[in-house]
Design a protein around this ligand. Structure first.
Ligand code: NAD
Ligand code: LMR
Length: 330
């Protein structure tokens, strides 16, 4: 039996993500939570003739507790999205508190659930989630994931313009680091199968992956950021987590984790100088079972990208950790 939960389920990501989870045969029960419109979204999805039994709650009448009790997988796309001209860090002021309070709910009601954080800035919201769980004495680093799958999906898609591969998902491209601008490091040199990218096309390709989010924010002209591609990516990652939970072997996916708490992560933390980092992680029934250290395989250009990445990440991580221990006055 798998109970999946979406926190922020009535939003631009929340709705299509909930649809994909409702239609997924791996989900036995789906519970939705949002501060607005959850009853409507739940009623709508409840007419779909799939296996998952669905419930949905607003905060009133212990709604969060009812949503989270018994949850195995909790996906969090709650929070405000960017508008043109904003950075993801500009979202911190509002989203940090939202993520902190939702994760507190997880600590109280389903501390063993796998937590998948989508809310931006991911580089900081994942450390916030970890500190909240630590404070509650419930932190299991193997069960906390920053969802960076959209960067992987973008790398697969954009490289297709160059390779002409008909099915973009057939090319596996690791993307490491964090989830914003220069902290996103796509590793095209490690693509499997190998891809040949002409020298003049590589830099623009890397930049497009790093700033793919801006492309959507600009195109939406103030109406938000990526929602549909994110729902696809979030579902893809959640599905892998559920398959791994059920014992499927050989599932490896880049995700932003607390390195010192994952086997193999210590060496990566030492090498990069950061405790939170996205690397290909082997997933299993207990969650993040092994962080794969591929840093020695990077080419010279990717090593330079990595330097810029870790510089930016350090501040983002500290900001998240500090927020939980020294919250700003209300
Ligand atoms: N990780 C990624 O790759 C990635 C990709 C795209 C977007 N995002 C981020 O995801 C977040 C959501 O984006 P969106 O486009 O769905 O935004 P949205 O505004 O459309 O939806 C957010 C939803 O969260 C709800 N919400 C707000 N506070 C809440 C709370 N305390 N409890 C429960 N629900 C709450 C809102 O009511 C709303 O329905 C943003 O922070 C965005 O930057 C991350
Ligand atoms: O760009 C954003 O703000 C949303 C998201 O992080 C993305 O990469 O699309």
């Amino acid at each position: 039996m798998v109970k999946a939960v979406v926190l922020g389920a009535a939003g631009g990501i929340g709705q299509p993500l909930s649809l994909l989870l409702k239609a997924c045969p791996l989900v036995d029960e789906l519970s939705l939570f949002d501060v607005v419109n959850t009853p409507g979204v739940t009623a709508d999805l409840s007419h779909i003739s799939s296996i998952a039994k669905i419930t949905g709650y607003l905060p009133a009448d212990d709604g969060m507790k009812k949503t989270l009790t018994g949850a195995d997988v909790v996906v969090i796309p709650a929070g405000i999205p960017r508008k043109p001209g904003m950075t993801r860090d500009d979202l911190f002021k509002i989203n940090a508190g939202i993520v902190r309070d939702l994760v507190q709910g997880i600590a109280e009601n389903c501390p063993k659930a796998f937590i998948l954080v989508i809310s931006n800035p991911v580089n900081s919201t994942v450390p916030i989630a970890a500190e909240v769980m630590k404070k509650a004495g419930k932190f299991d680093p193997k069960r906390l994931f920053g969802v960076t799958t959209l960067d992987v999906v973008r790398a697969e898609t954009f490289v297709q313009d160059i390779t002409g591969e008909k099915d973009p998902s057939k090319t596996v491209i690791p993307v490491i680091g964090g989830h914003s601008g220069e902290t996103i490091v796509p590793l095209f040199s490690l693509a499997k199968p190998k891809v040949n990218i002409p020298a003049d096309k590589l830099a623009p390709l890397i930049k497009r992956v790093q700033f793919g989010g801006d492309e959507v924010v600009e195109a939406k002209g103030g109406a938000g950021s990526a929602t549909l591609s994110m729902a696809y990516a979030g579902f893809r990652f959640a599905e892998k987590i559920m398959k791994a939970m059920k014992g499927e072997k050989g599932i490896v996916e880049p995700t932003y984790v607390y390195l010192p708490g994952v086997t193999g992560g210590d060496a990566i933390a030492k090498e990069t100088g950061v405790d939170y980092f996205s690397v290909p992680v082997e997933l299993g029934p207990s969650g993040a079972e092994k962080a794969n250290n591929i840093l020695s395989e990077l080419d010279d250009n990717e090593k330079k990208l990595l330097e810029a990445c870790t510089k930016g990440l350090k501040d983002n991580i500290e900001k998240g950790v500090d927020f939980v221990h020294n919250p700003p006055p209300k």
